[in-house]
Design a protein. Structure first.
Length: 284
């Protein structure tokens, strides 16, 4: 049987072009800075898209970063007490809105596991069962762990959260899979993020309100039947901008400011922006 000659489409692609590509672009690169410059030039010449450039630069960035640089420090962690009544725990979870929480016993340094919000529903159906049954194993990592190594471990072990410990073995914070990814691709919309509009206001079970930071002052004033702005403050359109102006800085979680019989407490912030305030009436 005669052998059928290969068509032009079947012919082996010569390796010459790969050698030329290497010699022209990659061979001269000896340092990290040179590679970053190459990425920048490729983006400027539109050889790669803007998002691809951001991701490549992000990967290079995290290759030299450590957990301590992106972790959520201990004072800002949202924790659950294993002995907390289920009604109180549900209220806290609804108010905060995360999908998983570290759980401690007796003292906050003693983290005994991670509670997934979806597992809390199982406990609600059978409250006679000890909550510890529903906890996932907590993972502990050192502050000095490289982010590339952490990302690899998250992927391998299918974890999304790790507790961070200092050189003395004490809890110093926590880090999530999302925290690492955001260093590569930028901010990721999460379960607390809302589509941009004129803001959201929700009633909470304790008769306080959850107010989005981008809620317009006009909408807020109408809802609460109050006048927040003075003549000097009329340039502020959002609640977040107004409160930051009155406090003299962008507040962080736990900080609060009182104005016109209302207390604005930061519930959730991200990337230096207050996403949600808890607003409640104070005084008479």
């Amino acid at each position: 049987m005669n052998e059928i000659p290969p068509t032009s489409r079947q012919k082996t692609v010569p390796k010459k072009w790969t050698k030329q590509l290497y010699e022209k672009w990659l061979s001269p690169i000896k340092t990290r800075e040179q590679f970053l410059t190459l990425i920048s030039k490729a983006g400027a010449k539109q050889l790669i898209g803007a998002e691809s450039q951001i991701m490549l630069e992000g990967v290079m960035k995290i290759s030299q970063m450590h957990v301590a640089e992106i972790m959520i420090p201990t004072p800002k962690m949202d924790l659950l007490d294993v002995d907390m009544p289920i009604e109180q725990m549900l209220e806290k979870i609804i108010d905060i809105g995360h999908s998983r929480y570290p759980v401690y016993e007796n003292e906050k340094e003693n983290i005994i596991g991670i509670l997934m919000t979806k597992d809390l529903l199982k406990w609600q159906r059978a409250p006679e069962i000890n909550l510890k049954v529903f906890l996932r194993t907590a993972v502990f990592v050192p502050e000095t762990k490289n982010l590339i190594d952490l990302l690899r471990d998250f992927k391998k072990n299918r974890n999304h959260m790790a507790m961070v410990v200092d050189e003395f073995g004490r809890i110093s914070g926590l880090v999530t899979f999302e925290d690492v990814l955001e260093e590569i691709v930028g901010e990721i919309e999460d379960e607390f993020d809302e589509e941009e509009d004129d803001g959201e206001i929700y009633s909470l079970v304790d008769k306080s309100f959850r107010v989005a930071g981008h809620t317009t002052v006009e909408k807020f004033s109408e809802f609460f039947n109050t006048q927040l702005l003075t003549d000097d403050e009329e340039q502020f359109e959002t609640i977040g901008g107004l409160i930051a102006h009155l406090m003299g800085h962008v507040p962080t979680k736990g900080e609060h400011h009182d104005i016109h019989g209302l207390r604005f407490e930061v519930m959730h912030s991200k990337s230096g922006v207050v996403k949600w305030y808890r607003v409640k009436k104070i005084g008479n």
